[in-house]
Ligand binder design. Structure first.
Ligand SMILES: Cc1ncc(COP(=O)(O)O)c(C=O)c1O
Length: 420
């Protein structure tokens, strides 16, 4: 094997990662610098909705790079206008602000809600968010998140977020007060382990927000752009939110995010919001290529069908190995492992050339590209079967995981540390 020294220490050590360096990607596969190939069911954390290096995104970037990269956010550019119009046409929203990351789009949503409160609700500023929710890593979005591990970090938190229990409408109702301006949720809590809000809960939240004159914000950074089998998750519940944030899939792998609002909610005034790279044509060109592909009815139907296939294959795998339920929707699914062995499975899968994620110790999360093939799903399931059933160990496989030590220096037994 070719040994190449990499300057790992030149990067801030912000997360535990295997000391493997990736150099190439194509479709469902990544290659490291030794030539080893990995089947990727993480896809940049539900980012590469068309797989690695899709031709339409690469071509759009190359063409745009030769035409215009950044004229300055002080001026309009044709590509961002086109993408904004495509998003408006595809949704229930009227206006778009482009951002560079999901957290930045959510910061924008929080600011927009506070602005709305200042203009229309006597200065109301509180936003009800949810236990287990994840909205990003800026100070405000960490404060909005209900991720337990964030609790003691970077105090004091940004004020103005009250946490309700998911799928408990009475709990939400009790938190509404004079200062409440909005309710914000992830329709499927990805980081928490893929816990969906029910369609009935989303409908009840919409009714409650109408009743109290509150804004309803959906964070579709992970669930948007076809991830759950419809272009946007809110469509499943037949509701129309006031504000939506998009990220991840919208750029097909490049840093692009968006804040969308209805006419009623779109109340920023000059000076309230902006950013040097926001709406730059290079990233927007990638966004246009993605939305053109993903919004095709036949593409969405195929993604929904593939999601059902993955779900049924995971259910069969679960039955074979005595595991738990499969939850989630479309191509954002989790398998309940019933035991805290997720990180050990992730580590063994990695060694075997299969990239998986364990967002919680007892769960695996699956977020392949939306155009993943049935053969690739079968290969992933076969890989998991091989990891779980060692010869003569059927039914006792969990022993081998609970007793297995760290696989590599600097990569502890927690798959969730690998990303974000
Ligand atoms: C639901 C949700 N919101 C927000 C974010 C933050 O996005 P970013 O990492 O691009 O800032 C994420 C990232 O995982 C997410 O899943």
């Amino acid at each position: 094997m070719l040994e190449i020294a990499h300057p790992f220490d030149a990067l801030m050590d912000i997360t535990a990662r295997p000391q493997t360096v990736f150099v190439r990607g194509e479709g469902a596969y990544l290659w490291d610098d030794t030539g080893k190939r990995y089947l990727d069911f993480i896809q940049g954390w539900a980012v590469n909705c068309l797989g690695h290096t899709p031709a339409c995104v690469a071509d759009a970037l190359a063409a745009q790079a030769k035409l215009l990269i950044t004229p300055s956010p002080a001026y309009y550019n044709a590509t961002s206008l086109k993408l904004a119009k495509a998003l408006v046409n595809a949704t229930c929203f009227d206006q778009v602000f482009f951002a560079n990351s999901g957290a930045e789009a959510n910061e924008g949503a929080i600011k927009l809600a506070r602005k709305y409160g200042a203009l229309h609700k006597g200065g109301a500023f509180e936003i009800i968010t949810f236990e287990g929710g994840f909205h990003g890593r800026t100070l405000a979005t960490m404060s909005a998140s209900g991720k337990k591990a964030f609790g003691p970090l970077f105090e004091p938190k940004v004020a103005g977020f009250r946490k309700a229990r998911l799928n408990d409408i009475e709990c939400v109702r009790q938190l509404i007060g004079d200062n409440t301006v909005a309710i914000m949720l992830e329709p499927i809590q990805g980081e928490a382990g893929v816990w969906p809000a029910s369609d009935e809960f989303l409908q009840a939240l919409r009714a409650l927000t109408y009743e109290h004159g509150l804004l309803f914000i959906v964070d579709e950074i992970q669930t948007g752009m076809g991830r759950t089998g419809k272009l946007f998750h809110y469509e499943h519940a037949g509701i129309t939110p006031d504000i939506m944030t998009l990220g991840k899939g919208i750029g097909g792998g490049v840093p692009l995010a968006a804040l969308l609002a209805t006419e009623r909610a779109s109340c920023f005034e000059h000076g309230d919001q902006g950013g040097t790279f926001n709406g730059n044509p290079l990233m927007c060109a990638a966004g246009l290529a993605v939305i053109e592909e993903v919004s095709k009815p036949e593409f969405l139907q195929a993604a929904a069908d593939t999601g059902l296939y993955l779900e049924s294959e995971l259910q069969k795998l679960s039955a074979r190995h005595g595991l738990g339920d499969v939850r989630g929707r479309g191509l954002l699914l989790a398998l309940d492992l019933k035991l805290p062995i997720g990180a050990a499975i992730v580590a063994q899968a990695f060694e075997a050339g299969l990239l998986l994620n364990s967002p919680q110790p007892d769960a695996l999360r699956f977020m392949p590209s939306l155009n993943v093939t049935r053969e690739e799903i079968k290969a992933m399931i076969d890989g998991l079967d091989r990891i779980m059933v060692k010869p003569g160990q059927r039914g006792e496989w969990h022993e081998s995981f609970t007793h297995c030590g760290p696989v590599r220096k600097r990569w502890p037994q927690n798959g969730s540390l690998l990303g974000l």
